[in-house]
Design a protein around this ligand. Structure first.
Ligand code: ADP
Length: 256
C-alpha cells in the first residue's frame, strides 16, 4: 500500500541548533502513527514541517507519492495546541468562527460535532465544557474540511483521566473511520494503547520506526534503551513509578 506521507532525510536547523537529523520514515494509510520521544527530541518540529508551518533545512516530503505542496497539504487537519475558543459562545458558534478563519465551509460543522460526540451539547457555552469536551471541540475544528489526514501534537496533554480516555477513544474511532492520524506523544503507554505505528525520536534522530507490536518489543530498541539510561528514563517520563521500574529492568517493554 502506498504511504500517505514519506519523509526522506529531513534535517532542520534553528540557527546553530539542530532539531532534526536526517529523519526518514513512511506513514501507512489508515495508521495511527505515534511520534514518541522525550521533550526536545524534535517531535513538534517534525509536525511543523508536515503541516507546512516550518521549512526543512534539507530533505524532502511526499504526500500520497507526490511532492507535498501547500495545496495538497490542505487535506491535513491539524491540532497543534488548544485553539483560542470564546468561552461565552457555544461550541457550535465557536466552530463557525473557526471555519471562517480557516477558510472552510460551514457545511461540515454538524458532521464534525457528531464525530466528536458533541451534537447534544452544541448549543452549550464553551465555558461549561469539561476539559475532554474542550479538546473534543478542538478535534472537531481539525475535522472541519473533512481531511483524510489528521496531525495532533500531544492531544491528551493537560487533560484529566476522563478527558484522556475520551480523546484516546476518539482517536481510535476516527482511525476506524478511515482517517490517518499522526500524533506526537512523550508517553510510551499512550503510544502502546492508541497507535498502530511508531517512530521513536531522540535528540532529533530517529531511533526506529514501524508497527508498534514490532518496534516496542524489538531487541535492538531494547538494547539502545538499555545502553542509555537517560533515554530510558526520558522515554518513560510520564509513566507512573518509572524510577522503580528502571531499577528492576533495562528493557523498554518491561516498563510496565
Ligand atoms: P519536542 O516537540 O520533541 O519537545 P521540539 O521540536 O520542540 O521538540 O524541539 C527540538 C529542538 O529544537 C529542541 O532543542 C528545541 O530547543 C529546539 N527548538 C525548537 N523550536 C525552536 C525555535 N523556534 N528556535 C530555536 N530552537 C528551537
Amino acid at each position: 500500500m502506498q504511504p500517505v506521507l514519506s519523509l526522506n532525510g529531513i534535517t532542520k536547523f534553528y540557527g546553530k541548533i539542530q532539531a532534526l537529523n536526517n529523519v526518514s520514515f513512511d506513514v501507512p494509510e489508515g495508521s495511527v502513527f505515534g511520534i514518541l520521544g522525550p521533550n526536545g527530541s524534535g517531535k513538534t518540529t517534525m509536525l511543523g514541517i508536515v503541516m507546512d508551518v516550518l521549512k526543512p533545512t534539507s530533505g524532502s516530503f511526499e504526500f500520497f507519492g507526490k511532492p507535498a505542496t501547500s495545496i495538497l497539504r490542505k487535506d491535513i487537519g491539524t491540532l497543534l495546541e488548544t485553539p483560542n475558543f470564546y468561552h461565552y459562545l457555544s461550541g457550535e458558534r465557536n466552530l463557525a468562527i473557526a471555519a471562517e478563519i480557516k477558510g472552510k465551509g460551514r457545511e461540515n460543522i454538524p458532521a464534525a460535532l457528531e464525530k466528536v460526540n458533541l451534537t447534544e451539547r452544541r448549543t452549550s457555552k464553551f465555558s461549561t465544557y469539561s476539559l475532554g469536551m474542550k479538546q473534543r471541540l478542538a478535534i472537531a475544528s481539525a475535522l472541519l474540511g473533512n481531511p483524510t489526514v489528521l496531525v495532533f501534537d500531544e492531544p491528551t496533554n493537560g487533560l484529566d483521566p476522563v478527558g484522556i480516555a475520551e480523546i484516546r477513544e476518539l482517536i481510535k474511532r476516527l482511525a476506524g473511520e478511515g482517517k490517518t492520524i499522526i500524533m506526537a506523544s512523550h508517553m510510551l503507554d499512550e503510544v502502546e494503547k492508541v497507535c498502530t505505528h511508531v517512530a521513536i525520536m531522540k535528540r532529533g534522530k530517529l531511533l526506529a520506526s514501524g508497527p508498534v507490536d514490532e518496534i516496542l518489543v524489538n531487541e535492538d530498541i531494547v538494547e539502545i534503551s538499555a545502553n542509555n539510561l537517560s533515554q530510558l528514563e526520558l522515554v518513560a517520563s510520564g509513566l507512573p513509578g518509572y524510577t522503580t521500574i528502571k531499577k528492576q529492568s533495562n528493557c523498554i517493554h518491561a516498563l510496565y
